[in-house]
Design a binder for this molecule. Structure first.
Ligand code: TRP
Length: 335
């Protein structure tokens, strides 16, 4: 049986969003929505597998939603909501807890990394995390999931769960979901150190461009961004060993949607001053409207909450028939 193409994307709500989050993730989803029906889910239930301050969690959820909408994700054309609005995720996750095997879960490298030596003391939810992720996807019978490399193993587990469920209950209930790895995701590094990832936890605010920065702040941060003393190279190979040049030119290429080798050719032999002027112009032109709209949305949480509530309703309407089928299949009387 063929499943209709449907994209599900899960995103941990996190605050203090910056250019790295934007160019590495959000912008790719904006492109994706032009091609496919997309479900964008902010996974607040996954977030609490480790402690979250409640006020921070709700703020982060609204901030991420604001960033996505401000960046151009259309909440009418897509389904945009936070996970806890649809209890079908947890119902299905419980069933998947009973399908997945301890041995499978024990192999999850993210759990091993996050738990570290403290395995006895982490939450049960952290261990079951990948079964909830499988439920996120399969509650909508999503066929494609855009993920980074770090989530591939979890997606393979979702396929194993789908396969075992289909096998145990004798039918083609769930699709074997395909990962969609973005070729275009940009790794954005710190403006103070081209070898460190741009991060919300960096102590220096100069190291990152926040999605709430004004155009003046953006210009100032680029002006003070670290460089080296050489002129810009003639070819992309010349960027090797020059992490700051590589980072800034990569950001410029992403913001202007140009291939990196064209950007390098355009600035070959020029100094950083010329290039930074162009970068500032591109960053302000591209990010200015987004950051302004994001600040506007964050000042109006009622409006954002309303969008998420409507998204939650639409999500429930999409998962309801799947859950009915699952109830019948497993042998649960429907409510
Ligand atoms: N685990 C994913 C991450 O940390 C987030 C996530 C939760 C997710 N559920 C998902 C991603 C379903 C894709 C599909 O990035």
């Amino acid at each position: 049986m063929a499943f209709q193409r449907r994209i599900f994307s899960g995103i941990q709500p996190s605050g203090n969003l910056h250019l790295g989050n934007y160019l590495g993730a959000v912008r790719n989803w904006v492109k994706l929505q032009n091609e496919f029906e997309c479900i964008f889910c902010m996974v607040d239930m996954h977030a609490i597998t480790v402690w979250q301050d409640p006020a921070d969690l709700v703020r982060s959820t609204r901030e991420l939603a604001s960033a996505m909408i401000a960046s151009g994700i259309d909440p009418e054309r897509n389904v945009l909501f936070n996970q806890s609005q649809n209890p079908d995720h947890t119902t299905l996750a419980w069933i998947f807890n009973c399908v997945a095997r301890m041995g499978w879960m024990n192999r999850m490298t993210q759990f091993k990394e996050k738990a570290g030596k403290d395995r006895e003391n982490v939450s049960l939810g952290l261990f079951a995390y990948p079964a909830l992720m499988a439920a996120d996807i399969l509650a909508y019978k999503a066929t494609h999931v855009p993920v980074g490399e770090d989530q591939k193993q979890h997606l393979e587990l979702a396929r194993d769960i789908a396969q075992k469920f289909n096998h145990d209950y004798g039918g083609e209930f769930f699709p074997l979901t395909e990962p969609q790895i973005f070729g275009t995701a940009t790794r954005v590094m710190s403006l103070r150190d081209g070898q460190k990832k741009m991060s919300k936890s960096d102590l220096s605010d100069q190291s990152r461009i926040n999605l709430t920065d004004t155009s003046d702040a953006i210009a100032d941060k680029i002006k003070r961004a670290k460089t080296d003393t050489q002129a810009l190279p003639e070819t992309t190979e010349g960027l090797e060993g020059r992490p700051e040049a590589q980072n800034l030119m990569g950001i410029y290429a992403a913001l202007t949607d140009k291939p990196l080798d064209h950007v390098v050719a355009d600035f070959a032999g020029k100094g950083f001053a010329d290039f930074k002027r162009a970068l500032t112009e591109a960053a302000v032109a591209h990010m200015g409207p987004i950051t302004a709209e994001m600040r506007r949305l964050m000042a109006d949480p009622g409006y954002v909450d309303d969008i998420l509530r409507k998204g939650g309703e639409r999500a429930r309407a999409l998962s309801a028939p799947v859950l009915r089928e699952v109830y019948d299949t497993v042998g649960f009387l429907r409510p």
